[in-house]
Write a protein that binds this ligand. Structure first.
Ligand code: SF4
Ligand code: SF4
Length: 312
């Protein structure tokens, strides 16, 4: 009776989810459903999902889709939508409370709210629909973000529920959550997709806003408790693509027994448009690497002794 009550409470825990992506093939093995949770402790300068950084629901505005009808201006109680004399539309994001009224009246899909509150049961109902694909492909569910462990209670309850139903669970993490969180959730996780973003404490802090110490501690702890890990390494030319960095990736991966593979994530610029949509600055000044560049990185890691290396 007590167990049933605890289970039912856990199923009612709510998380702020900004996307559920089905048939994903880049977030762990097989065909997966990836649940994107809002909130992240880091602020990586190249962030691919800037709409995930805030824990709260937030407004997105796509200027290219706006036809200037001004319906949003008429319904917004906070005066967030502003038009200058030339009719140019600007958005005072800081005054928005994400009530969604303007989204409802925008006929051109120029507005959207990133992040809705969903219960564990609600998200699981979406996940379980695809179990047949998971079973056939060796796939499952991936909790991502943002940082999945920023909403720890929700992620723990969802991971447990998936495991109870025989679903393979991956957690994509920046490595910067509390060590106890990794220890507590590990029994319900088949594979951690663990970021390795920059080498050297100062550079890590400059590029992500946090130093490496806790990340290194958590990676070591996962290894000590025999949790399976894929090391995921974003490579941003001109920021973290130094030889020293590739050497460090190789050394870390060789020093731990449970790192199954290194995956490189070459820079792409999809975060740029999304940053503008949610009113954030995007300062990265680099180019998308060529195939030759990417192949040279893969070859370099192999030369430094990484046996299992691939593109993520
Ligand atoms: S309602 Fe949509 S299309 Fe109309 S002005 Fe506002 S954002 Fe632009
Ligand atoms: S979501 Fe609500 S507060 Fe925010 S801009 Fe739209 S109507 Fe205004």
């Amino acid at each position: 009776m007590m167990y049933e009550m605890m289970t039912s409470n856990a199923n009612n825990i709510k998380g702020i989810v900004f996307d559920i992506q089905k048939f994903s093939v880049n977030d762990g093995p097989g065909i997966r459903t990836t649940v994107f949770l809002k909130g992240c402790q880091m602020k990586c300068v190249w962030c691919h999902n800037p709409e995930s950084l805030s824990t709260k629901p937030q407004l997105g505005f796509n200027q290219d889709k706006c036809i200037g009808c001004r319906s949003c201006e008429r319904v917004c109680p906070n005066g967030v939508h502003r038009f200058d004399e030339q009719g140019k539309h600007s958005v005072a994001f800081e005054d928005c409370v994400a009530c969604g009224l303007c989204v409802d009246v925008c006929m051109n899909d120029a507005l959207k709210i990133y992040g809705i509150s969903m219960s564990v049961d609600h998200v699981f109902a979406e996940i379980i629909k695809d179990k047949v694909y998971f079973d056939k492909s060796g796939g499952g569910v991936t909790l991502s973000g943002g940082e999945a462990l920023k909403q720890f209670d929700f992620s723990l309850a969802l991971a447990k529920k998936c495991k109870q139903h025989g679903i393979h669970v991956c957690i994509e993490t920046n490595g910067a959550s509390k060590t106890e969180y990794y220890e507590e959730i590990a029994p319900f996780v088949d594979l951690f997709l663990f970021d390795y973003k920059a080498t050297g404490d100062q550079l890590h802090k400059t590029l992500t806003g946090m130093n490496r110490r806790l990340v290194d501690l958590n990676l070591k702890r996962l290894d000590d408790i025999n949790a399976a890990v894929i090391l995921r390494c974003p490579v941003i030319p001109g920021y973290n693509g130094s030889d020293e960095h590739f050497k460090a990736i190789a050394e870390v991966s060789k020093s731990m027994a449970n790192i199954r593979k290194v995956e490189l994530l070459p820079y792409h610029n999809l975060g740029k448009g999304k940053a503008t949509e949610v009113g954030r600055d995007y300062t990265v000044n680099t180019t998308v690497p060529t195939d030759d560049q990417v192949n040279s990185w893969l070859a370099k890691l192999k030369r430094y002794g990484v046996v299992q290396v691939a593109l993520g």
